[in-house]
Design a protein. Structure first.
Length: 296
């Protein structure tokens, strides 16, 4: 079993750290939210007093943070951890951030003799809790093999997509598609409802037809269609709309960096920006359907 430092215990990071502890690893955790730390401790982890304190005896360092600036701050800031991470430790960042940031931090880690992977995840909060996440990994194959037993304790699928930063590019491609699909699924259901159709029956039909998607089967955007979907609990929990907006913006930046065209991605990014302006940024991203239904 490994000694793991885990930094960032949000809706995704908390269950991931808990699954590592349940698998028998010695997990030392830190988050700025005390309740998140306590939840991890209740699952078998040990609380640290700071991000630096998590490093005591660590063989593996895992981070799950909101955005690029947080990752840079943790690893490269004035109190950045790279200089304090024990020699020979493996660093795994599971945040979804800009590919350029992932490469920058990985290069700084390599300069200090540390291996680093960017390993963003897909599967949502349900996947994090169930330990069925998909890991999308960029970095050296040797480092991935070292990380594989830990990733398997948190997820079901592991894809090595290339060198440092490649994991982030692939994750942004996935999330851009997800953002577009969620918006158009909500739009389609709203059209049916406007014509008097039952949203549950319509969704069931789509889920076994060519309109089938994660949005119809797992995170349906219409309230009452799926009991466990965020839409059926006031769009609480799940993947925040502001986080989707962030990812859509990162996808747009990635497209600009290589001159790629993403017309649908740009349109969807604007929808999530409008959803933020409507005050729904903290709700699940499926709340974007409320732009169509004009709900307050």
């Amino acid at each position: 079993m490994s000694r793991i430092a885990f930094i960032g215990l949000g809706n995704m990071g908390g269950p991931m750290a808990a699954n590592l502890a349940k698998a028998g690893h010695a997990v030392r955790v830190f988050d700025l939210v005390p309740a998140a730390v306590q939840a991890a401790v209740d699952a078998g982890a040990t609380a640290a007093s700071s991000a630096l304190d998590t490093l005591t005896g660590a063989e593996i360092v895992i981070s799950m943070l909101p955005a690029s600036r947080h990752v840079e701050g943790v690893y490269l800031g004035d109190d950045g951890l790279l200089g304090d991470i024990p020699g020979g430790a493996l660093v795994i960042d599971c945040s979804t951030i800009a590919p350029a940031t992932a490469r920058k931090v990985a290069e700084a880690a390599a300069a200090r003799g540390l291996q680093m992977l960017d390993a963003p995840v897909s599967g949502g909060t349900a996947g994090a809790q169930a330990g069925t996440l998909t890991f999308i990994v960029g970095g050296e194959a040797e480092a991935l093999e070292r990380a594989r037993p830990l990733l398997q304790a948190m997820g079901k699928n592991i894809f090595h997509v290339g060198a440092s930063g490649a994991g982030q590019v692939a994750k942004l491609c996935n999330n851009m598609a997800l953002g577009v699909i969620m918006a158009v699924t909500g739009e389609s259901i709203a059209l049916g409802v406007a014509h008097g159709l039952d949203p549950k029956v319509l969704s069931q039909m789509m889920a076994v037809s060519t309109g089938r998607s994660w949005a119809t089967e797992v995170c349906n955007p219409w309230p009452g269609v799926l009991e466990n979907a965020p839409a059926s609990r006031g769009y609480s929990g799940g993947f925040g709309s502001d986080l989707m907006l962030k990812d859509m913006g990162l996808a747009a930046e990635a497209a600009m960096s290589v001159g790629a065209s993403i017309p649908l991605g740009e349109l969807a990014r604007n929808l999530y920006s409008m959803n933020h302006q409507a005050g729904r940024g903290k709700l699940d991203f499926s709340s974007v359907v409320q732009l169509i239904t004009h709900d307050k």
